[in-house]
Design a protein around this ligand. Sequence first.
Ligand SMILES: [Zn+2]
Ligand SMILES: [Zn+2]
Length: 184
Amino acid sequence: MTADRTVPAPEHLGIDVIGVPEGTDLKLQLQLESVEEGVLVSGRAQAHLVGECVRCLDPVERDISFALQDLYFYDDLELEGDDGELRRLAGDTFDLEPLVRDTLVPVLPLAPLCRVGCLGLCSECGAHLADDPDHGHEILDTRWAALLDVSTTTSSETSTSTRTDSSTASPHTEATGPDETKVG
Ligand SMILES: [Zn+2]
Ligand SMILES: [Zn+2]
């Protein structure tokens, strides 16, 4: 038996950064097969994901299609080692929502991107770097201004030490002096 149907997505079908918005179409194409212990459900689900790019915060939208398969046991069937985690039929119906959720959530991207290699936002002004790859700013950061002060100080120190050098050179000049005097 096959069952194709479109149902509204339940709330919170997804993770923080991406998911299926509540009430949007969730398309299910399922095969239901009676087996000894219950009903084997298999097929595919299709949904529309909406999220946010983790780098630039632009909206991310894409369609997703994923396979579903699990066995729903008869609700009165006693099974050894049943820890209550098994899916169960409720009379002749079954709850698909936990199966859809358990299958979809693990395959969602934890860090969705709006495009491959999204460059993100400028750390200075928040501009989209993809729209303006040559984007840059004049260096007006106070840390750089402090660095400029240091380099000014260093150059004045250098001139001081140059003066020290010339005064050290003075005795040498004096030493040369007597020689010249001798020559003279
Ligand atoms: Zn992006
Ligand atoms: Zn910028």
